[in-house]
Design a protein around this ligand. Structure first.
Ligand code: UD1
Ligand code: CA
Length: 460
């Protein structure tokens, strides 16, 4: 006997007004369907199959490894979707079958484990998850007689009295595999939407006294995402959950409501996150580092004791004790060794900075390598692109690049070398040399006086 899960995700998601399936929209940096599949796997099921619509490649791509898919070509209803999955799963008559909607990213493994355990403890053919919704509009209502569940009636098919019922079905069921296929085959589509309703299985099983319910799911946890407004709410709720976990783990947040940490990000106790911080993708931050205010870090590893503020960092590797910003833009391929600095209005791309080197102000450094202990003066630019190709700039150790130097690549500056301010460097500079490229300064003494005299005579 094993536990096998069916995730329903073939619906079009019309209310998102998008060509994409709604279940691939991101919540805290991961697709909605990923969250559902991960919770299901975490709950200890043996197999997960996701029902996708025609052209469901985007959904397939969004799934964690080890999850299968089956295509439901026409969306004839949730019972039809479950039947499609069961046909692909083969014999389930000795198994337990969990069915869950693919659009509820906040469902937790704990809730599912609890539901599965309740089912295993009882002898019902189905154990149903229900919630009491403050506003039950749109949900199927749970019909009880006394304590016993008798069925589910959909919003469109409900009469006025039934619409008053606040206990709702959340499309999450645990079924005995035995007889399930047969029960689903008997479901018709004579209802307002002309669909084969999976909830109709409940009435069929209830008449044999075989439905139990686990009531009291957190309405927010089981909330489906049908609209952009619900997507934003789910995203905010997931971020609150992630932030709470990181704060519990020793991360300081100035204003958690304005701190956005993707699920894939790794932090360390002692990290400090100021307001307006976005940590995205494959990103990690080491202890005692301070990020923000107003900073985006994506796919970057940041070491310990760093400060990054008012900046955008993408695809960078940052060692320890590094200072970045304010107003720096670090692009993919940036490598900063210990105690380096990239300061105000500086853009760096595909460049390594050796230990202790600094680019403090107003520079563009691309396709370059900078050795240790070098200082790049304000306004320095690597002219790396000749209109056809990118070229490299190589700067040695303990180099002093004067302010406003243009380094026309390919070019190499030797260790301990200097460039004069305002130079356009087109040729390699030898170790320890000073390279200056600019015309020598002329001085015309008494110029102001002569000019004044000229103005006087013109005026006569
Ligand atoms: C469904 C339930 C309702 C429940 C509500 C919220 C039915 C008939 N009604 O209504 O009792 O209160 O969810 O949980 O089941 N899907 C398919 N194939 C289909 C149709 C739907 O895979 O042919 C998938 C959708 O992608 C979605 C899930 O099933 O993930 C639920 O379908 P949806 O159309 O959103 O159902 P609701 O009308 O919200
Ligand atoms: Ca010049």
């Amino acid at each position: 006997m094993s536990v096998r899960a069916i995730v329903l995700a073939a619906g079009k998601g019309t209310r998102m007004r998008s060509d994409r399936s709604k279940v691939v929209f991101p919540v805290a940096g991961r697709p909605i369907i990923w969250w559902v599949a991960a919770a299901v796997m975490d709950a200890g099921v043996d197999e997960v199959i996701v029902v996708v619509g025609h052209g469901g490649e985007d959904v397939e791509a969004a799934l964690p490894d080890g999850v299968m898919t089956v295509v439901q070509d026409q969306q004839l209803g949730t019972a039809h979707a479950a039947t499609t999955a069961l046909a692909a799963m083969g014999d389930t008559s000795d198994d337990t079958v969990l069915v869950i909607p693919g659009d509820s990213p906040l469902i937790t493994a704990d809730t599912l484990r609890n539901l599965l355990a309740e089912h295993a403890d009882g002898d019902a053919r189905c154990t149903l998850l229900t919630a009491v919704a403050p506003d039950p509009t749109g949900y199927g209502r749970v019909i009880r007689v006394g304590d016993r569940v008798r069925g589910i009636v959909e919003e469109d098919d409900a009469d006025e009295a039934q619409r008053e019922i606040q206990e709702v079905a959340v499309s999450t069921y645990v079924f005995e595999g035995a007889g399930l296929v047969e029960t689903l085959a008997d479901i018709g589509n004579d209802n307002e939407q002309g669909e084969y309703y999976l909830p109709d299985a409940i009435a069929a099983m209830a008449s044999e006294g075989g439905v139990a319910a686990v009531a009291g799911a957190d309405p927010q946890e089981v909330q489906g995402v049908n609209t952009h407004e619900q997507l934003a709410a789910a995203d905010a709720a997931m971020r609150r959950r992630i932030n709470a976990e990181w704060m519990e783990a020793g991360v300081w947040m100035q204003d958690p409501a304005s701190v956005y940490v993707d699920a894939s990000v790794r932090l360390t106790a002692g990290v400090r996150l100021y307001s307006g911080t976005h940590l995205e993708g494959d990103t990690s931050v080491g202890s005692d580092s301070e990020i923000g205010p107003n900073t985006v870090v994506r796919d970057s590893q940041i070491g310990s004791g760093c400060k990054v503020w008012f900046s955008v960092v993408r695809g960078a590797e940052i060692a320890d004790g590094v200072e970045i910003g304010p107003y720096a833009s670090l692009r993919p391929g940036t490598l900063m060794a210990d105690s380096t600095k990239v300061g105000t209005f500086v853009e760096i791309k595909a460049t390594s900075l050796g230990k202790g080197s600094k680019v403090p102000h107003l520079s563009y450094i691309g396709d370059a390598s900078i050795g240790e202990g070098s200082n790049i003066g304000a306004g320095t630019i690597t002219c790396n692109y000749d209109g056809f190709k990118k070229h490299r700039t190589v700067i040695g150790d303990r180099v002093f690049i004067g302010s406003d130097t243009m380094l026309v690549a390919p070019v190499e500056i030797g260790d301990d070398a200097y460039t004069g301010a305002g130079s356009v460097i087109t040729k390699d500079v030898a170790e320890g040399a000073l390279a200056v490229e600019r015309s020598s300064q002329k001085e015309l003494p008494g110029y102001a006086e002569r000019r004044a005299r000229l103005a006087e005579s013109e005026g006569e």
